[in-house]
Write a protein that binds this ligand. Structure first.
Ligand SMILES: *Cc1c(COP(=O)(O)O)cnc(C)c1O
Length: 393
């Protein structure tokens, strides 16, 4: 299959596992546990029950009537914002906590940017009675305080990270360092389709439920399971891959991934990896990343903490090379404008991350007969301060 992972853990030329030897055993163990549960009927049954009764799946596919009228097309929103904990992240953490149990790991670590992955990890750790430590950049702790409170209420220890730009990349570095120091009793729950093999494959698998549901729901609503286009925002790329995966082989379905370009792609304050990046290695994987002439990773910037990352998952790098997915970008201002518009037309306050996907509506010309699905990856509760402070400008 053109877009599936190969036996060496690569999507085309991207992916692999560039990690210290000390962690080889952990990755082997993880891959073995994943292969076991992927076909285990009991596991699949238990997981599905939790996805239904605990997470609230399937998430609705909502026809956004007033937004559709405004853009003269048919826009459906995949409501991942209505999941328990407020974003798509829980689809992955709930799957990975079962992997941790199967590997008999008692200590869970995670990195987080906007705090959504941290909250989703703290939640499943509470659910299973496991210890939880979350690494978070000091900048992000400041701008996403409500999620820090949530993690702590759920019993997690939040460790501030003061290196680099004090955001997601730096938190990920710290989590990997912790894992190297505690390889025996610890499982690292990565929050996106990034990191060494087999993480991109595992996270893709758990998130691909989004696209499978879209196909079923769209068939019910329109008689055709295939939309004209799907739009999603991209930090590491998990909600986008989750929404796209089912449709990758249907080349007629146009796929748009929107990165955060911060203050603009040439401003030096950006997180638009596909525009600014080149192939290299970050967090154990060969992929596109933002780097300077000497190959040093560039400090990213984006108003939304979840998109503030200088890399992207290896499958995205491959889909970019293969020209299967269109990679676009939206600035902070574009995203804010799109968010206020969604509030006004539909009564929905989106996560700042998701607002970047909505910003693409202004840049793509759709026909009146087209069907467009936007993956609304999360809700905006955590971003209220940013929305209030920018509204008056
Ligand atoms: C974490 C997050 C993102 C970015 O991560 P991806 O792996 O690219 O999906 C986007 N939206 C929301 C709401 C998030 O919490």
């Amino acid at each position: 299959m053109k877009y599936e992972i190969d036996e060496f853990g690569y999507y085309g030329e991207f992916g692999g596992a560039y990690i210290p030897e000390l962690l080889y055993n952990n990755l082997h163990q993880l891959k073995a546990a994943y292969k076991e549960i992927a076909t285990d009927e009991t596991f699949i049954g238990t997981l599905n029950e939790l996805l239904t009764d605990y997470v609230g799946r399937p998430s609705p596919l909502y026809y956004a009537k007033r937004l559709s009228e405004h853009y003269q097309t048919n826009i459906y929103l995949k409501r991942e914002d209505l999941n328990h904990t407020g974003a798509h992240k829980i689809n992955n953490t709930i799957g990975q906590i079962f992997l941790a149990q199967r590997m008999r790991k008692k200590r869970i670590i995670a990195e987080t940017g906007a705090g959504q992955h941290g909250v989703a990890t703290a939640t499943v750790c509470a659910l299973m009675g496991l210890e939880c430590i979350v690494y978070m950049g000091a900048t992000d702790i400041e701008r996403q305080q409500p999620n820090v409170d949530r993690m702590q209420l759920l019993g997690a220890r939040v460790v501030p990270v003061h290196s680099g730009s004090q955001t997601l990349k730096d938190a990920t570095n710290e989590a990997i360092r912790d894992w190297i120091a505690h390889p025996d009793d610890t499982h690292y729950i990565i929050g996106s389709v990034v990191g060494p093999d087999p993480y991109p494959e595992i996270v893709t698998h758990f998130q691909s439920i989004i696209g499978k549901e879209i196909a079923i729901q769209l068939a019910e609503k329109t008689g055709n399971k295939n939309p004209t286009a799907i739009i999603a925002c991209v930090g590491g790329g998990s909600n986008a891959i989750g929404a796209f995966h089912h449709f990758l082989s249907d080349e007629k379905v146009a796929l748009y991934a929107v990165e955060g370009s911060g203050e603009g792609i040439y401003s030096g304050r950006t997180a638009a990896t596909m525009v600014q990046g080149k192939p290299g290695i970050i967090h154990g994987s060969k992929t596109y990343l933002m780097q300077d002439g000497d190959g040093q990773i560039t400090e990213p910037y984006c108003i939304s903490a979840g998109l503030d990352y200088p890399g992207i998952g290896p499958l995205h790098a491959h889909l970019f090379r293969e020209k299967r997915v269109h990679y676009m970008h939206a600035t902070d201002d574009d995203a804010l404008t799109a968010a206020y518009q969604l509030m006004k037309f539909e009564g929905i306050i989106p996560a700042l991350e998701s607002a970047h996907a909505f910003a693409a509506l202004k840049k793509i010309k759709f026909l009146q007969t087209d069907t467009v699905v936007i993956n609304l990856s999360g809700r905006g509760d955590k971003d209220l301060t940013t929305y209030v402070n920018n509204k008056q400008q």
